[in-house]
Structure formats: C-alpha cells, structure tokens
Ligand binder design. Structure first.
Ligand SMILES: [Zn+2]
Length: 367
C-alpha cells in the first residue's frame, strides 16, 4: 500500500477500508442516505481521490448538529449487540501504552488509539511505531486536547483552528515514524516545528507560523523519502465536544467544515470504562473491580468502547479475562464497525469478523 504524504488526501478510500468492493457499496449507501451537503463531503472522504471530485463544501450555515453533517459514529447510533470496537484515548505514553499493547496482543484485540499530538515526544514516539507495527489503527485526538474554539471570532478562523489542531498531530505522528532514536526525534521536532523539545507548541505559535511549519514538514517528508505514516482519517474531538449537546452551533459548524476539508471521519462512543469520567470519584475510577464491571457491560451491549491510556490495567485485564470466558463477545476494528453501520447485510462474514476474545492463543508474560 502506498501511504500518502499529503494531508489534503487524508481521507482517501485506500486507507479507510482495504476492500474496494466493500468501499464502493459503502459509499453508495452513505450517499443515498444522507442529503446533498453530506453527499459532497462523503464523496470527498471516501469515494475517490480528492482531486477527481467537485469541490462542493457543506452549507455550514444550515448545520446545527454534527449528526446532520458528519460521517461516522454518533452516540445515538444503533449498535450491534455483543460486537465491540476498542478505542483508547489520550495517549501515547512511554510505559502505559506499551502495557496496553501487550494486553491487546495477549487477547488478540485490534484497537484504535486516539492520540494527542502534544503527548508524542522522545519518550513516547516508539509507542506510535509499535501501534502500527502490531496492526492497530491510529486516530487523531487533536494536538492540544482543548474543548472547542473559544476566543475565535470568525468561522474561517475556527475552521483553521480545528484543521491545524488535527494536522499538527499528523505531523507529530510522521516525526515519530521517521525518528531513528530519541535525539533524532528532537532534531526533527526542532526543524519542523521551530521550537525545541520538550516545549509544547502553543495555539498562537501554530497559527502564527503555520505556513513555514507545513512547508518544512513536506520538505522533511520528501528528504526522508517517507515516512510510512498512514494518514489518520479517524477523528475524535476531545470530550466529544462539539458533537455532544454542550457544543455551540459555532463550534459545530467550524468542526464540520474542518472535517470536511480534511476528509475525516468522526468517532464518538456509546459506552466507556468511566476511567476518566469526572462525575465519579478518583478512587472509583481506579478501582479494578468497578472498571472490570463497566467494560464487561459495554462489551456485552456492543458498540464503541472508550478507555484511556492510563486505565488501571488490572481492571482491563480482569474484564478481558471475563469476556474470554464468556465465548460470545468479539472485538472488531472501526473499519468493520463502519461496514456494520452502513452495510449490515455484509455481516456475518467471518472473514470480516474479528476473532472472539476467547479465541486468544497467544499468551505473553504477566505485566
Ligand atoms: Zn481525550
């Protein structure tokens, strides 16, 4: 597979779903279901290379909810019982991500890691390499993990804000995949972003220096003849904002515009371990038995499960062990979940379905 180096082609079909036949059917189905504004956006993100399609932006003025215009997963979707997709937010980190990957390997689960650009550094960059090497997917969780677009007075500025938050994370992933060692990561970071590590790039810096940053990024990709980074077409907004009721119309419109321009697919969730839900006390969020119960309940219900990079590992391990014993729960990828949502008659194709958790054969040493 050829990996594009151009953000403008972020959502091309070759990366989204490997099977061209499924892809075409899926695209036709999506187009048929959703209105004209979404048609253009969907085509742009899934059907064919961007340059082959008419450039028809969505009518942002008419958009009030993400569900009106964003392709992907929303909380009110219908979810498949007993079929779950594992998603991990807020990484990467040097130690915790590695432990999660060990556990997923043990239980043969392919997850999607929604990474925060600002957390990719000389200590955590190898986690990005390992996520892809072991067959998991990368999703984009923005660079700063800020909720919304406060202080941006114009829609265009706000669209650009989201785009740069997303593209900056893609840049960090590219740097992580190019880096040969920690010093090389730091050198690439300084060269492309213009600031030394470990300094985090501010929103103001990104906006004030964007053209130079983007030019240096593209030049570096060309010089290094790579990298091998798949563009991250999955996107999850921090905290679900602006696609939850807390989002303002202004935020929704700017978000929709940015996703359309980048050809990205939104991924919310319908169930979680509650390892980071502020309504629960910290002691409960770390309680292995409570976490185990939450995860098991989510997996039995089916849908998209969210956990966080720093989840208590004993709770997660306990849940996977319980599910492995139950024998009828399976974890699938987000690509497969897209097929279930838009083309459910293709199920149950065992080629498409992931192994049941109980099919685990590969055991690794206790963590
Ligand atoms: Zn998050």
């Amino acid at each position: 597979m050829q990996f594009p180096q151009d953000m403008a082609r972020l959502g091309s079909a070759a990366r989204a779903i490997p099977c061209l036949g499924v892809l075409v059917i899926l695209c036709i189905t999506v187009l048929a279901r959703d209105g004209a504004a979404q048609q253009a956006r969907t085509s742009r993100s899934r059907a064919a290379p961007v340059e082959d399609l008419a450039d028809v932006p969505p009518d942002l003025a008419g958009i009030h909810k993400c569900a009106d215009a964003v392709v992907g997963f929303h909380m009110r979707d219908r979810w498949p019982v007993g079929t779950t997709s594992m998603t991990v937010d807020d990484g990467p980190s040097a130690v915790a991500t590695a432990r999660l990957l060990d556990l997923f390997k043990q239980y043969r689960i392919k997850a999607t890691f929604f990474v925060i650009g600002a957390r990719i550094n000389r200590h955590s960059y190898q986690a990005i390499q390992r996520i892809l090497r072991e067959g998991h997917a990368l999703g984009n969780h923005t660079y700063h993990h800020q909720y919304g677009t406060r202080g941006l007075p114009r829609l265009r500025d706000s669209v650009d804000y989201w785009k740069r938050e997303l593209m900056a994370t893609q840049i960090l992933v590219d740097i992580a995949l190019m880096a040969r060692n920690g010093d090389d990561f730091d050198a690439l970071y300084l060269h492309v972003l213009g600031v030394p590590t470990p300094r985090k790039v501010s929103t103001a810096w990104l906006h004030g220096h964007w053209d130079e940053i983007e030019a240096r990024w593209r030049a570096t990709l060309a010089e290094r003849n790579g990298p091998v980074a798949p563009s991250m077409h999955w996107m999850r907004p921090p905290g679900g904002v602006p696609c939850l009721p807390v989002g303002t119309r202004f935020q929704v419109r700017s978000y929709v515009g940015a996703l359309w321009e980048l050809g990205m697919t939104q991924v919310l969730w319908n169930c979680g371990a509650h390892d980071a839900t502020p309504q629960f006390p910290a002691s409960l969020r770390r309680n292995p038995e409570w976490l185990r119960g939450n995860i098991v309940q989510c997996a039995r219900r089916g849908g998209i499960l969210v956990i966080h990079d720093y989840i208590n590992l004993a709770g997660l391990r306990g849940a996977l062990e319980t599910l492995a014993g139950s024998g009828n729960i399976r974890f699938i990828t987000l690509d497969q979940m897209m097929t279930l949502k838009y083309e459910p008659e293709l199920e149950p194709d065992r080629e498409l379905a992931g192994p049941r958790v109980g099919d685990a054969t590969e055991r690794v040493s206790p963590l």
